[in-house]
Design a protein around this ligand. Structure first.
Ligand SMILES: [Zn+2]
Length: 117
C-alpha cells in the first residue's frame, strides 16, 4: 500500500518511540488499589463505638479483584508506600498500553486508508 502521508506516519512513529521509552523506565507494577479504613473493635465500652471520629485506625488495605471477588489484605505501614508506588506504576502501564493501541489504530488507518471495523 502506498504511503500517502509520510510526514504523519513519522509523527506517529516518533510518538510511539516516546511511549516505548517511558515503558523502559517503568518500575515494578501491582494490580488493584489502596483503601483506608477506620474500624470499631469488639470491646464493649471502648470509645470507638461512641463516634466515627473515635474509631481505630487508619488501617490500610490493598484490594483487588480475584475471580470476580474483591480481596482485601491489611498492609503494614512499611509495605504501604511500596504498594502505593507499584499501583501507580501499574496505572501508568495501563495508560501507556492504551495510548500505544490508540496510536497504532490511527497509524493503521493512515497506512491503509481504511477505518478498522
Ligand atoms: Zn475500640
Amino acid at each position: 500500500m502506498k504511503n500517502r502521508h509520510p510526514g504523519s506516519v513519522e509523527k506517529f512513529q516518533h510518538r510511539y518511540a516516546q511511549l516505548k521509552q517511558e515503558l523502559r523506565g517503568l518500575g515494578f507494577v501491582c494490580v488493584g488499589s489502596l483503601q483506608t479504613r477506620y474500624l470499631e473493635c469488639g470491646k464493649t465500652g471502648c470509645r470507638c463505638h461512641d463516634s466515627p471520629a473515635n474509631r481505630h485506625g487508619p488501617y490500610h488495605y490493598w484490594t483487588r479483584k480475584v475471580k470476580g471477588r474483591t480481596i482485601s489484605v491489611l498492609l503494614n505501614p512499611a509495605a504501604l508506600e511500596l504498594y502505593r508506588e507499584w499501583i501507580q506504576n501499574n496505572r501508568a502501564l495501563d495508560r501507556l498500553v492504551h495510548q500505544m493501541r490508540q496510536l497504532s489504530a490511527r497509524a493503521l488507518t493512515l497506512q491503509t486508508g481504511k477505518r478498522r471495523p
